[in-house]
Structure formats: structure tokens, C-alpha cells
Design a protein around this ligand. Structure first.
Ligand SMILES: [Zn+2]
Length: 141
């Protein structure tokens, strides 16, 4: 339990009723690992050991929850893109326009995001397109 077991003769902080405060005591008697009788080093009175209030229960330092390696939310998408990229024929990419409709898996060329593949058609004039930088939702016709 404790790293340094106490024994008779050791000093211990305890509440002394005579001194009416916490003072250093010498352990007079032990029962197993617990001092039962102590002698105040100030007034020399012997009395039962009373644990100082503060030392009741050492606050157990809670271990911080094991921090998960902060996953790059886009890492998976970037990886997916890289896997797809080799199969792309960038010459076949359609210029992106929000008035146009695109088929699923159509390759588009966005002026800002570059080459992308239509992944999901949401049906509300929107589509999710996977770009090298991750998936983005774009408007479509
Ligand atoms: Zn005392």
C-alpha cells in the first residue's frame, strides 16, 4: 500500500488535543500499518493517534483520459482520394458548374478544389464530391 511503512519511533503529523493543533508526534505503538498511539513532540503527551483531517484520504490524482491521437478527420478522405486518383482520367473531367447535373462517380474539375469525384448525390441540388483535400458538398443542377 504505502511506499514507506511507518513504524514506532517515526515522526508523524497528528492532531494534539493539548496543543489544539496539528503537531509532530512520535509513534509510540503501531497496529499493523497504522499508528495507534503517538506522543506529541511539543507537549510530550501521549494519546491515541488521530489522523490529521487533511490527510484523511489523499486525493487520488485522476489520470487524464488516455489521449487519443488526434486523427486528422480528412486523412481517410485524402487516402481515399489517393487510392482513386490513379484510376482517374483527368482529361475526362467535367468542368464544374452549379447549374449542371452530374452522375455518381463523375469526375469533375472544380476551379478552386481541383479534380474531384462525385460521391453522393443528396437529391437536394447538392452533391458530395471527394477532392484531394477531402469531401465537399457542392451545389449542382
Ligand atoms: Zn501536544
Amino acid at each position: 500500500m504505502s511506499s514507506t511503512p511507518l513504524s514506532a519511533g517515526d515522526y508523524i503529523a497528528a492532531k494534539c488535543s493539548k496543543c489544539a493543533q496539528e503537531t509532530n508526534h512520535t509513534i509510540v505503538a503501531m497496529v499493523e500499518d497504522t499508528p495507534v498511539k503517538v506522543k506529541c513532540n511539543i507537549c510530550s503527551s501521549e494519546h491515541k493517534f488521530r489522523k490529521p483531517a487533511a490527510a484523511k484520504k489523499p486525493a487520488v490524482a485522476k489520470k487524464p483520459a488516455t489521449r487519443r491521437a488526434k486523427a486528422d478527420p480528412l486523412a481517410a478522405e485524402r487516402q481515399k482520394w489517393q487510392d482513386l486518383e490513379s484510376s482517374f482520367n483527368s482529361n475526362a473531367a467535367l468542368a464544374y458548374s452549379m447549374e449542371q447535373t452530374y452522375k455518381l462517380r463523375a469526375l469533375i474539375n472544380h476551379p478552386t478544389f481541383g479534380l474531384g469525384q462525385v460521391q453522393v448525390l443528396t437529391g437536394t441540388r447538392k452533391m458530395q464530391v471527394l477532392f484531394a483535400d477531402g469531401a465537399k458538398v457542392l451545389r449542382c443542377g
